[in-house]
Design a protein around this ligand. Structure first.
Ligand code: GDP
Ligand code: MG
Length: 651
């Protein structure tokens, strides 16, 4: 075969493969191998059987081969087969080999073929199979034997599609075209086989396997190979390349390419093996002077395991650079998600029903007034409502703690699984650590409830969130600018808790003036004789000019409604109506109100409620926001101090 000296390579890799599969997963190395892929009935089994020269694979329609089958060909004088799972037995009857493959498949996947007749599950199986195949062929160390039947469009070939996914440049894919004898009269696969249609670096090889009829008629493989040879020699489209076609050529090519491929991957294989060897030797060193009955040794081992548990736990919670899990989220990452996704979601979920809130506010205001009908108690009503909202935070906060605790306990379980060989140690470790976490859970919850109680006890409207807090924006006309200065003029007003500013327009770029609200009050102004505007005025209680040469600024709106609602806004900002005026006004309001349906609010109250409702919205918004920002941090802090760090440092 022209590659003597390399002939030892394949057996060597075979030996490695056996060694690795007997150790299990703990040592892992991608060994060079050839993976055979192809759609159902493409002819994979037939190719392999021709290859081996024996009928030994399970046959049937549907999904027959449901497990990866690793096949090693070993040169030997006598012909036999053996399985890794029953090494002592040499099979010389190849029907028995087939039975053993079937039995071993069922042992692992179950006799019902691991599928149920429900179509969706069939699709699941399809995905599972695809995943399994991809697992094999995506390794750079695998050559891919893509088996495609010639009586099917090449572009639809499952094998080539999959190969393309993992080997887009076609560097390690070898194309095998089966069923050349089944092509429609007058068509042939010459272009494909000459590597012109969908070129692969390693090209295509055509084969003719036994048909179903041949198999039923027990045509043996030797006869089949002869028939194949005859087919290529006599076919006008393939005659010129008959030497590069057929099973014997495929055997030769695969042998060569696998050998070359092994040679190419050898250097990296060696370095990987060496590094594994080194780390194993290190481990062996530790056990060299190991005397199992030495009590100091026992204590040391115990301490080491417990210490390792602490380290593992910390890694899972705090994260670490080495051995990053790519399969699932670690405990720490899950807890992070609880804080930053789940918890905010729970907070948003508790958002109030606006209708309920309106009703609650109106009741609150009425109840606070009692038998009196006052104007100046919205703060109390406001507090009562906002407190009700704040109390609602308790539930999501406690739920957040529960979720985090659950995650911590899961993490403990994962970490103790390493102690599996010492069930009592494992149980005791879990018990101690879990009890500790539970203790801290109680403390954390107490502290969170305390925190919320603290928030409830006083609502600090002097907080920076509230300063500069805009109460209202809108157009108003300054009515009493002297004619000399252009007479009445419309401006865009912005009322905050601190000041009243006015601008040229709603862009709020060109500011005309800012009036601090200290010592300001409001009074009504008689509606002008000629004007259809409704007017109120702002003046300074200390007998000073309020603005330039003006004793009072007269502000005009289009309707009395507007005037009243602006007055309510000023009220909120702490700018009150002049005293004696209020009394007369509230009396008239009373008379109106008495005639109304008892269930509806009087308009003055309605406007106040409206204002308060807006305020509640903003307040709740601000509180929610600050709690959203603050709470996770606070809880995280509490958790770490109470649970995580405590555990880590104790080891
Ligand atoms: P697998 O599902 O890919 O393993 O396909 P099989 O090797 O079991 O083949 C499926 C069917 O196609 C069987 O009936 C084979 O006899 C038949 N078959 C496979 N290759 C050829 C071929 O080259 N020519 C003909 N005529 N039949 C083939
Ligand atoms: Mg098969």
């Amino acid at each position: 075969m022209g590659n003597r000296g390399m002939e030892e390579l394949i057996p060597l890799v075979n030996k490695l493969q056996d060694a690795f599969s007997s150790i299990g997963q703990s040592c892992h190395l991608d060994l060079p191998q050839i993976a055979v892929v192809g759609g159902q009935s493409a002819g994979k089994s037939s190719v392999l059987e021709n290859f081996v020269g024996r009928d030994f694979l399970p046959r049937g329609s549907g999904i027959v081969t449901r497990r990866p089958l690793i096949l090693q060909l070993i040169f030997s004088k006598t012909e036999y087969a053996e399985f890794l799972h029953c090494k002592s037995k040499k099979f010389t009857d190849f029907d028995e080999v087939r039975q053993e493959i079937e039995a071993e498949t069922d042992r692992v996947t179950g006799t019902n073929k691991g599928i149920s007749p429900i179509p969706i599950n069939l699709r699941d199986i399809e995905y599972q199979i695809k995943d399994m195949i991809l697992q094999f062929i995506s390794r750079e160390s695998s050559l891919i034997l893509a088996v495609t039947p010639a009586n099917m469009d090449l572009a639809n070939s499952d094998a080539l599609k999959m190969a393309k996914e993992v080997d887009p440049q076609g560097l390690r894919t070898i194309g095998v075209i089966t069923k050349l004898d089944l092509m429609d009269e007058g068509t042939d696969a010459r272009d494909v086989l000459e590597n012109k249609l969908l070129p692969l670096r390693r090209g295509y090889i055509g084969v003719v396997n036994r048909s179903q009829k041949d198999i039923d008629g027990k045509k043996d493989i030797r006869a089949a190979l002869a028939a194949e040879r005859k087919f290529f020699l006599s076919h006008p489209a393939y005659r010129h390349m008959a030497d590069r076609m057929g099973t014997p050529h495929l055997q030769k090519v695969l042998n060569q390419q696998l050998t070359n491929h092994i040679r190419e991957t050898l250097p990296s294989l060696r370095s990987k093996l060496q590094s594994q060897l080194l780390s194993l030797e290190k481990e062996v060193e530790e056990y060299k002077n190991f005397r199992p009955d030495d009590p100091t040794r026992k204590t040391k081992a115990l301490l080491q395991m417990v210490q390792q548990f602490g380290v593992d736990f910390e890694k899972r919670i705090e994260g670490s650079g080495d051995q990053v899990d790519t399969l699932e989220l670690s405990g720490g990452a899950r807890i992070n998600r609880i804080f930053h996704e789940r918890f905010p979601f729970e907070l948003v979920k508790m958002e109030f029903d606006e209708k309920d809130l309106r009703r609650e506010i109106s009741y609150a205001i009425k109840n606070i007034h009692g038998v009196r009908t006052g104007l100046f108690t919205p703060d109390l009503a406001f507090e009562a409502i906002v407190k009700k909202q704040v109390v609602k935070l308790k539930e999501p906060c406690l739920k957040c703690v529960d979720l985090v605790i659950q995650e911590l306990i899961n993490t403990v379980r994962q970490c103790t699984s390493k102690l599996g060989s010492y069930p009592r140690l494992r149980e005791e470790t879990e018990r101690i650590v879990t009890t500790h976490i539970r203790e801290r859970e109680g403390k954390t919850k107490d502290q969170i409830l305390l925190l919320i109680d603290i928030e409830l006890s006083y609502i600090n409207t002097n907080h920076e969130d509230f300063i500069g807090f805009v109460i209202r924006r809108g157009w108003l006309t300054i009515n009493n600018i002297s004619i000399m200065k252009g007479g009445s003029k419309e401006y865009w007003f912005v009322l905050t808790a601190e000041s009243l500013s006015w601008y040229k327009d709603e862009e709020e770029k060109e500011k005309k003036y800012m009036l601090p609200l200290d010592n300001l009050k409001i009074r009504d102004v008689e509606k002008g004789f000629m004007s259809n505007k409704h007017v109120f005025a702002i003046f300074n209680t200390e007998q000073r000019n309020v603005y330039k040469d003006l004793r009072q600024i007269e502000l005009a709106c289009d309707s009395q409604e507007d005037v009243d609602s602006w007055k309510a806004s000023f009220l909120r900002a702490g700018v009150y109506p002049e005293k004696d005026q209020v009394n007369t006004r509230s009396q008239t309001e009373n008379e109106d109100g008495a005639q109304e349906n008892t269930f509806s609010m009087d308009p003055q109250l309605e406007r106040q409620v409206e204002t308060i409702r807006n305020l509640v919205d903003s307040y709740v918004g601000i509180i929610n926001k600050s709690i959203r920002d603050l709470m996770p941090k606070t809880i995280m802090h509490l958790m770490i101090n109470n649970a995580g760090a405590g555990l880590c440092s104790r080891g």
